[in-house]
Design a protein around this ligand. Structure first.
Ligand SMILES: Nc1nc2c(ncn2[C@@H]2O[C@H](COP(=O)(O)OP(=O)(O)OP(=O)(O)O)[C@@H](O)[C@H]2O)c(=O)[nH]1
Ligand SMILES: [Mg+2]
Ligand SMILES: [Zn+2]
Length: 319
């Protein structure tokens, strides 16, 4: 009998042996990768692989499907890409409406990665039951819609929270999340764990056990990424996602990652326009900071400027 070939998803990675979930049966197995697969690249969580039993009745990974997208960092010195996870359907950026305070700069930093990694992103305004008006949520929503990121108004603690500002809420989030593999991202204390427990239909026992292993306390010692399964969605946890420094980017890349500003960049008189107050022929000068529509754009230019000075300070040696 021909050995049966099965498709599986890698849920935990290590050097040669990988935990995989067989797609057709959901069975979790352990499989060893053929050496040639690891020679030029590595296998990461999220990868879809073909496995087959060998004559010792052990699973072997003999091929890896092309990836839809990758979470990665550039190792600039070696001009190499270090991939941490793949095939992610959604980046869920969690912000708090009270404490810790909403930080637009952080949001822009996460969105930069979403664009770079080609992962669709949504933004959750959590703790809306305690919203203290310290930012203009409708302005932020319009700003994010320009980046094609939907916004959700959520309380992870209040059972019957009704939305007052945004159209989308917890039930819509549940719907988009169904059958997807997502990463949750956001600073400590914004309510990621609480939100995940709400989304997983309060199956807190399973959750806290899995979280203790995955994204809970002590997890910062984990070096490998993994996938944590919930009732109808998967969650990727990777230490590499938590570190949000952008020091692996070079200034030249930044422009490409601000796709929403492209039309402005292209209309500046000079290709190397620094977009300052006194830059000749800068297209941003036509914008009126008193107009809401223009203010949205200028607030993104502001983010671009800040990242640019952060990067310019870093990588003079890399250019
Ligand atoms: N009022 C209110 N409190 C919330 C909400 N969501 C979370 N909290 C509280 O905020 C605190 C932090 O929530 P966590 O879920 O632990 O935050 P986290 O993002 O997982 O934090 P780290 O694990 O440190 O990254 C807890 O005390 C939660 O009860 C919310 O929607 N409303
Ligand atoms: Mg947590
Ligand atoms: Zn300009």
């Amino acid at each position: 009998m021909e050995p049966m070939e099965l498709e599986a998803k890698v849920i935990r990675s290590s050097k040669r042996v990988f935990s995989c979930r067989i797609i057709s049966t959901q069975e979790i197995i352990s499989a060893t990768a053929l050496g040639k697969l690891l020679r030029n690249s590595n296998i990461v969580v999220g990868d879809i692989v073909s496995v087959c039993k060998n004559i010792q009745n052990e699973y072997e990974i003999f091929s890896v499907k092309d990836r839809k997208n990758e979470i990665y960092r550039m190792i600039i010195r070696e001009n190499k890409k270090k991939v941490m996870a793949s095939n992610i359907d959604l980046m869920i950026i969690v912000m708090s409406a009270t404490k810790p305070k909403f930080k637009r700069g952080l949001l822009d930093r996460y969105l930069l990665r979403a664009v770079q990694w080609k992962i669709p992103a949504v933004v959750i305004f959590n703790k809306m039951d305690e919203f203290d008006d310290h930012f203009d949520i409708l302005f932020e929503e319009d700003r994010l819609l320009k980046l094609e990121a939907d916004c959700y108004e959520v309380s992870s603690t209040e059972e019957d929270y009704g939305n007052s500002f945004l159209k989308l809420g917890l039930s819509e989030l549940k719907e988009v999340l169904a059958n997807k593999t997502a990463i949750f991202i956001g600073q400590s204390g914004v309510g990621k764990s609480k939100l995940i427990s709400r989304l997983s239909n309060g199956d807190i026992n399973l959750l806290s056990k899995d979280l203790a292993k995955g994204i809970g306390k002590g997890a910062h010692t984990t070096t490998w990424s993994e996938i944590i399964s919930f009732e109808d969605f998967d969650l990727i946890d990777s230490p590499g996602i938590r570190a949000m420094s952008i020091d692996d980017l070079i200034p030249e890349q930044l422009r490409e990652l601000f796709i929403d500003l492209e039309e402005y960049f292209n209309n500046c008189q000079f290709h190397d326009c620094p977009h300052n107050d006194n830059s000749k022929g800068c297209s941003f000068h036509q914008l009126d900071p008193e107009k809401r529509k223009d203010k949205l754009v200028l607030s993104r230019l502001d983010a671009y400027d800040r990242f640019m000075s952060e990067l310019s300070g870093n990588h003079t040696w890399g250019r």
